[in-house]
Design a protein around this ligand. Structure first.
Ligand SMILES: NC(=O)C1=CN([C@@H]2O[C@H](COP(=O)(O)OP(=O)(O)OC[C@H]3O[C@@H](n4cnc5c(N)ncnc54)[C@H](OP(=O)(O)O)[C@@H]3O)[C@@H](O)[C@H]2O)C=CC1
Ligand SMILES: N[C@@H](C=O)C(=O)O
Length: 262
């Protein structure tokens, strides 16, 4: 029997930000599809959320850097008409110089942070457009607009997520389909266990709890924000950044070389 609740698909739900999104969306009455490699964690979370909130939860063991894992989730997104929300959250990032990063880590970060959210968004969009409703939440990062010598690749992938989200927002205007880009700053998760630099290396004063992060991101979603920066208190900074970006683009459309280059 089809579920009466809207369904949210959350990638990277076995820990950190994704696991809190699963909890918060369960509280909002969503049925859930949880995706990650650690199926034991997904099943434990699913049992807890089912028992606590009386929702339906499916767990999918999938490595989103592998074709088979991606196809498994794409097929669900293509076929389950009850899906109302996709949270493209799964991500990783080795904090390393480009030259020192292994080929495997480089490929895995691009596959997980760029290819997977792109393919999953493309898988769900046709149904959303047919129904003139649905939402995609893409988890980018503040590093999308601030590369450091040890975050070059990671920042580039998150810059892609931001630009991909901004482009989709333009495409999807007036379709009833929403896209939110969320740009967390440092957040206390297992991300750093795999990043090569421990969380303890960061000033605790600038690291947000995962619960605060997700609650702020969902508050931005509820406000209808296209880009949500949970830790930025002065939103006029983002507005000024966007205005400068638009003015800069406008200044590129002149057809003649700038005098400084002549
Ligand atoms: N923590 C932070 O400071 C910040 C994090 N972010 C972003 O937030 C998102 C969530 O990360 P966060 O919660 O912090 O870190 P975690 O490491 O706690 O969570 C990452 C999640 O992604 C899943 N994942 C990792 N690799 C794969 C894979 N190959 N296939 C499928 N799932 C995978 C993990 O599950 P499993 O290992 O079971 O597969 C896990 O559930 C990421 O996109 C990250 O870039 C952005 C800004 C700041
Ligand atoms: N994931 C963190 C690493 O830098 C971040 O995006 O802030």
């Amino acid at each position: 029997m089809p579920s009466a609740n809207p369904i949210a698909v959350v990638t990277g739900a076995s820990s950190g930000i994704g696991a809190v999104y699963a909890d918060r969306l369960a509280r909002r009455g969503y049925d859930l599809v949880l995706v990650a490699r650690r199926i034991d964690r997904l099943r434990h979370l699913a049992d807890t959320l089912c028992a606590t909130h009386g929702i339906k939860v499916r767990s999918i063991e999938a490595d989103l850097t592998e074709e088979a894992g991606l196809v498994q989730v794409e097929e669900l997104l293509h076929t389950d008409e009850g899906i109302a929300l996709l949270v493209n959250n799964a991500g990783n990032g080795k904090l390393s110089s480009t030259a020192d990063m292994s080929d495997a880590d480089t490929a895995a970060t691009i596959a997980l942070n760029v290819v997977a959210p792109t393919r999953l968004a493309r898988a769900v969009l046709p149904a959303f457009l047919r129904r003139h409703s649905g939402a995609i939440i893409n988890i980018a990062s503040v590093m999308a607009f601030h590369p450091l010598p040890i975050t070059t690749l990671y920042s580039a992938t998150k810059s892609y997520v931001l630009m991909f989200s901004r482009g989709l927002q333009g495409e999807l205007a007036n379709t009833g389909v929403r896209v939110q880009a969320v740009l967390p700053a440092g957040t206390a998760t297992e991300f750093y266990d795999h990043a090569g630099i421990p969380l303890s290396a960061f000033d605790p004063a600038v690291v947000m709890t995962t619960e605060n992060l997700v609650d702020a991101a969902l508050a931005g979603f509820d406000k209808g924000e296209e880009v949500t920066l949970p830790s930025v208190h002065d939103v006029s900074l983002w507005d000024a950044y966007e205005q400068a970006r638009s003015a800069l683009f406008g200044a590129t459309q002149v057809g003649t070389p700038a005098p400084r280059y002549v």
